[in-house]
Write a protein that binds this ligand. Structure first.
Ligand code: ASP
Length: 371
């Protein structure tokens, strides 16, 4: 496969340089030690963040940190970090292992934006390719277009040597099979009518479509979704970002979310900062949320304030037409000075994002605008 950047070139830039992470290790500090020392919402540059809070998100940032600290580009850093997350088979919302549409087909969306050149690329509804973010980068750098969709996007990826692969894992297939059998009593999926609820003399019924393997879902109708945003500013002050997702699980085939839409799921402006979105994409598209966040930062708001403003903007649109409805979104943002922020309007708790700069890796808890 021809990847658009040379990993060796990117990582080669880090040799011989002492970075914050290296310094932390030489002092015997682990990332967990550093977590309690967060400088809050003000970091330093270079810096890379992700909306993911899990171990893979941490591994992704650690994978690229030394090269970024040594002068590597933000654009290379966000791509390589996103590739790590896209390959995680346990992540059911991004890349390989992402949950499929209602037909059992995984359709991925991704976008990339390069602040240095005011350039952008995206793919939407692409099938059978593990790294939609790298395909988006090729759209950005090797064509005069911004977005390719569906079959055209896949053919484009194949022409660059990306392999065609099955993106379903055993876990994601079991989840989909179980969903298909349980979504309605009014179709012919599932055990035959005369065996529904039947048990033999030992109390054993007909096995679930997904069997024990599907137990993790917790409920057959549960629809899950998620996305990853990775944003960075490099030592030259250039910004870049990526948003990558498998979108809403069980979506109508062909449905495209906000993630590949420049200005909705992602926006980067070298003079100001960068923003990315996760959550119900339909609302992020209507509100042009990432562009809105960057515009608020241009007007002087901090990344934290701008993320909160964007959530309020959406809530106010529904209130303005008399509809009592609050969709769930999470926004992350950075500015060119190394400040960061995140906010959501979901549930009881607070949103968490991952940050890596000279102070090391840490998780940052943002604001819940509903509280
Ligand atoms: N924003 C994604 C989409 O609508 C899903 C998510 O982030 O949860 O496709």
């Amino acid at each position: 496969m021809i990847l658009p950047i040379s990993r060796r070139r990117f990582f080669g830039q880090s040799f011989g340089i002492t970075t914050g992470a290296v310094l932390a290790r030489s002092l015997g500090l682990t990332p967990a030690d550093l977590a309690g020392r967060s400088p809050g919402r003000s970091g330093s540059t270079p810096m890379i963040i992700t909306s993911h809070r899990n171990a893979t998100g941490q591994a992704a940032l650690e994978e690229v940190w030394e090269a970024l600290a040594a002068g590597g580009s933000a654009l290379d850093a966000v791509e390589i970090a996103t590739n790590v997350i896209e390959l995680d088979p346990e992540d059911m919302s991004v890349g390989y292992g992402g949950l499929p549409n209602e037909d059992g087909v995984v359709q991925l969306d991704a976008s990339i934006m390069d602040g240095r050149t005011y350039n952008a690329g995206a793919v939407a509804g692409i099938e059978s390719i593990k790294h939609p973010s790298s395909v988006a980068r090729l759209v950005m750098e090797r064509t005069d277009h911004v977005m390719l969709v569906a079959e055209g996007a896949k053919e484009f990826a194949l022409s660059f040597g990306f392999p065609e692969e099955d993106l379903m894992t055993e876990k994601s297939r079991a989840a989909w099979l179980r969903w298909r059998e349980n979504r309605s009593d009014n179709d012919d999926w599932g055990p035959p009518d005369h065996l529904k609820g039947w048990e033999d003399e030992k109390g054993r019924g007909i096995p679930d479509a997904g069997g024990d393997r599907a137990a993790f879902l917790g409920g057959p109708e549960e629809s899950t979704h998620g996305t990853v945003n990775v944003l960075a500013v490099d030592a030259r002050g250039d910004l870049a970002g990526i948003t990558s997702t498998s979108g809403m699980s069980w979506k109508v085939p062909g449905r495209i979310g906000d993630s590949p839409i420049i200005g909705a799921g992602l926006y980067v402006d070298n003079e100001v900062g960068a923003a990315g979105a996760t959550g119900r994409g339909e609302d992020v598209i209507k509100a042009c949320s990432s562009f809105y966040i960057v515009t608020r930062m241009r007007e002087g708001r901090s990344p934290q304030e701008a993320c909160e403003d964007a959530l309020r903007f959406i809530d106010e649109r529904y209130a303005a037409v008399g509809i009592d409805y609050r969709p769930g979104e999470k926004f992350v943002a950075i500015n060119r000075d190394g400040e960061f922020g995140c906010a959501w309007n979901i549930g009881e708790g607070s949103p968490v994002m991952s940050v890596m700069d000279a102070a090391g890796y840490r998780r940052y808890e943002g604001a819940n605008t509903t509280l």
